[in-house]
Design a protein around this ligand. Structure first.
Ligand code: HOC
Length: 394
């Protein structure tokens, strides 16, 4: 087993253990992947200010997201097909999040169902909702999340149609999936993954089972699902979703202040600044670059979270410094999951926690709540556009 020191190490191990089709599904973005790359590059461009000779003992990283106590301001993002990175992936990731004291978000497009995850965890998890054409089905999904005790509904706003990812097409992860000779040869070298999959009874999209006639076939379900995302979804729909749900509502996929305003007007308790991990609109802004303007616009009226590009505790600290109340990791925990199952997700969280703690201290702070732009090197970080106060000339 190689020594694991950072998320890159988990990624390398995952690449060796997860079938290429599913590894690439995670490690890919839309079209040229420019937004996917920018998510990481724009974090790397932000510099930190070292401070010395200040008392750095007794550091505090614990905080709150949506009123829930979190051991660090981080949640596991909703990620599709998580149970294809490792057998029972969603259950294992949710258990790791629970053990670490951070929220887990289950995707509509998960392999394990809402009920599977609820049965194997005690901490309430968050449920991510895709709005599909069949609104009755969506209503019932919301009811199921409520019945399972989910503590927040995360409505994804940026996937009314599916972005095109070239690696998925090349690998045959199209709808329906295409088993090519290359895929079959690759599977032969991923024996751990195959053993796990042979043991589990979960192989299809658990939340959708029973809804289509042939619910046992991944290809059929994928085909059905891709045609089901509702391109007509609009802000008007948030009202009925909010009413049916009745609990904390998060709107994910916001990059522009105007949309943030709409989300707040629609009653969001939190918004997630996100470009879907660079998997939807290639050319869209990186999440960290979009964050300051959104915090300036709505940060006093709702929680602003960030998703996209977080691969270390340093990235997380930079997002907090720019006004995020918390952030999400997607690929980082999926690499841990693919590499080492539940232990890998816990290792990912330990790594990020340690990096956050060390960076906080070296920036001269002890409490995560004291973090702001003073820890960032001037000129290296994005700033909100200068606007004149209402009623004044710019
Ligand atoms: C077959 C349809 O959030 C992603 C997911 C969406 C999954 C849809 C899969 O891949 O970005």
């Amino acid at each position: 087993m190689p020594t694991i020191t950072c998320i890159d190490d988990l990624q390398r191990l995952a690449r060796r253990r997860v079938p290429r089709m599913f590894y690439d599904y995670v490690d890919s973005g839309a079209w040229t992947e420019s937004t996917y790359r920018a998510n990481g590059d724009d974090f790397a461009a932000i510099g930190l200010r070292q401070r010395v000779m200040v008392d750095m003992s007794d550091r505090r990283l614990a905080s709150e997201m949506l009123g829930e106590r979190v051991s660090l301001p981080l949640a596991l993002a909703p990620t599709g097909l998580t149970g294809m990175q490792h057998a029972d992936g969603e259950i294992l990731a949710a258990r790791a999040a629970e053990a670490f004291g951070v929220p887990f978000t289950l995707s509509t497009m998960s392999i394990c169902s809402i009920e599977d995850v609820a049965e194997h965890t005690s901490r309430p998890f968050w449920f991510q909702l895709y709005v599909m054409r069949d609104r009755d089905f969506i209503g019932r999904l919301i009811d199921r999340a409520k019945a399972a005790g989910c503590s927040a509904l995360v409505l994804t706003a940026d996937l009314q149609i599916l972005g095109q990812r070239h690696k998925d097409i090349i690998n045959g992860l199209t709808v329906p999936p295409r088993p090519t000779p290359r895929n079959l040869l690759d599977l032969a070298t991923k024996w751990r993954w195959c053993l796990g999959m042979a043991r589990t009874r979960r192989r299809t999209f658990g939340n959708l089972a029973g809804h289509v006639q042939d619910a046992t076939d991944l290809g059929e379900l994928a085909k059905w699902t891709a045609g089901q995302f509702d391109p007509s979804l609009s802000w008007d729909d948030v009202a009925w979703i909010k009413e049916r749900w009745g609990g904390k509502l998060v709107i994910k996929g916001i990059l522009e202040p105007e949309d943030a305003e709409q989300a707040v007007a629609a009653g969001a308790d939190a918004i997630v600044v996100s470009n879907h991990g660079g998997r939807q609109l290639d050319g869209a802004s990186s999440s960290i670059r979009a964050l300051p303007a959104i915090v300036a616009a709505v940060g006093s009226r709702c929680e602003v979270h960030l998703d996209g590009g977080i691969r270390s505790g340093q990235d997380l600290l930079k997002a907090l410094a720019l006004g995020a109340k918390g952030a999400y990791i997607g690929r980082a925990f999926l690499y841990g999951l693919g590499a080492l199952g539940q232990e890998g997700v816990e290792e990912c969280l330990r790594i990020i926690h340690k990096e956050l703690d060390t960076t906080l201290a070296l920036c001269g702070l002890r409490d995560i709540h004291d973090v702001d732009t003073r820890i960032l090197r001037p000129g290296s970080y994005p700033q909100p556009p200068r606007t004149a106060p209402r009623g004044e000339r710019p």
